[in-house]
Design a protein around this ligand. Structure first.
Ligand code: APR
Ligand code: PHB
Length: 394
């Protein structure tokens, strides 16, 4: 087989890049190791920044999102029994966020890809990348017992944190930055109406809690748990009780509970590799970086990497601007690190750390009080939450 861009992974990064390139007339093939149903079965985040919403519109896959998604103009922080609203729209100069699940984004992208006839090979085995530093890179994979070769100009490594792309780069060519947090998030998905019209991030002595949603009839709630907790030890009843204890009294009183339709524990981690490229291979999304979920930046960062690679590749193919390729990593990393900083900061501000003493607790309360009591502080939170601008490619 032969294509211009070989894309490894059919998560949101791979599918969105494939769609944008296809629309621009750049041929691409996606190789995915799982089945479509498996990919759609993963429950992930659901807050889209303004920049990602605009990119989905540009990709021509926004019709259902624009119909069914919920535009949120604000977000709430709760602590010490207080609830404080951040008016995202007025504080950010008119930007908002869209509540629309990653699963739905993925489904829309899969449907669009099927409709345009571009090739995705699912259920592949043993994907391997070759000649990354040469002029003629290629990818091999196995399917139904046969080995297939794909010759290409460039490879986009969109295969997530556990993927093969990052592992194909010699270790001495990469620098890794990492922080593992001593707790996880226990999440429950339920078909219940949201407790509040907007998201509530709560800092409580018993630990962090988050009230989120997927729609007006489906909710997603989280509580911070220690790293060694087992999901089997959390009945629905125990989860709802713990959540209520961490919310302000009147919020807890309004909470409507119901049977969970999904329940899982996710560890929290910050992770970045530099650089995000090696020869003709470009790392995109979770393959290159992970953020803790506080602030909902993971999916949105994947989208900004996709946008950068897409804009560079269109200039390469239309204008012969191969000089831009070497800028991919530095352009992405400037935005990646700002989102890493914000996610780390939100995590530090809102969670209970095992080693936090009384002094640390007062500092945390005071930091919240200070940021919320100042116009500049509120603006800082708002502009990061709605998403920092994408850097233009010259
Ligand atoms: N060969 C082929 N496909 C692979 C391989 C491999 N060796 N390894 C992993 N994959 C596939 C996975 O099965 C998955 O479908 O790559 C895809 C990677 O998708 P994600 O992990 O979802 O990563 P990404 O597309 O970058 O999405 C951004 O942001 O909100 C966060 O973690 C959340 O998934 C989200 C991410
Ligand atoms: C979610 O709805 O799953 C969600 C929302 C906001 C976050 C993280 C997760 O910061």
């Amino acid at each position: 087989m032969k294509t211009q861009v070989a894309i490894i992974g059919a998560g949101p990064s791979g599918l969105l890049l494939g769609q944008l390139l296809h629309k621009a007339g750049i041929d691409n093939i996606i190789l995915e190791r799982q089945s479509p149903d498996y990919v759609l079965g993963r429950i992930r985040a659901g807050v889209l920044e303004q920049g990602m919403v605009d990119l989905l519109r540009e990709a021509g896959v926004s019709e259902r999102m624009d119909r069914e998604g919920l535009v949120h103009e604000g977000v709430e922080l709760a602590f010490d029994g207080r609830r404080e609203r951040i008016n995202l729209k007025t504080l950010s100069g008119g930007k908002t966020v869209m509540i629309y699940g990653q699963t739905e984004v993925t489904r829309d992208l899969m449907d669009a890809r099927k409709a345009c006839g571009a090739l995705t090979v699912y259920d592949t085995h043993n994907v391997q990348l070759h000649e990354l530093k040469g002029e003629k890179p290629y990818v091999t994979f196995e399917k139904n017992g046969e080995t297939v070769r794909v010759d290409c100009d460039y490879i986009a490594g969109c295969d997530g944190y556990h993927g093969i792309s990052r592992q194909s780069i010699p270790a001495e060519s990469l620098k890794t930055f990492e922080r593992v947090y001593p707790f996880g998030w226990l999440g429950v998905l339920a078909d219940t109406p949201p407790v509040n019209e907007e998201l509530i991030y709560a800092n409580h002595e018993r630990g962090f809690a988050l009230c989120s949603m997927r729609s007006k009839t489906r909710t997603r709630y989280y509580v911070q748990v220690s790293s060694d907790e087992k999901v089997e030890d959390w009945s629905d009843e125990r989860f709802w009780d713990e959540l209520k204890r961490r919310l302000p009294a009147e919020t807890a009183a309004n909470l409507i509970t119901g049977p969970s339709i999904e329940k899982s524990i996710a560890p929290l981690r910050s992770f970045v590799v530099e650089p995000m490229q090696y020869g003709h291979l470009f790392l995109v999304g979770d393959a290159a970086h992970i953020v803790p979920p506080t602030g909902a930046k993971g999916l949105n960062l994947a989208a900004s990497d996709v946008c950068t690679l897409y804009r560079i590749l269109t200039k390469v193919y239309r204008e012969g601007r191969t000089d831009l390729l070497q800028k991919y990593s530095e352009v992405c990393l400037r935005r990646v690190w700002k989102a890493e900083r914000f996610s780390w900061w939100m995590t530090s501000l809102l969670h209970r750390f095992p080693d936090t003493d009384d002094f640390g607790r007062r500092i945390q309360q005071t930091e919240l009080d200070y940021f919320l009591g100042s116009e500049a502080g509120r603006k800082t939170i708002a502009e990061n939450y709605v998403g920092l601008p994408y850097e233009p490619i010259e």
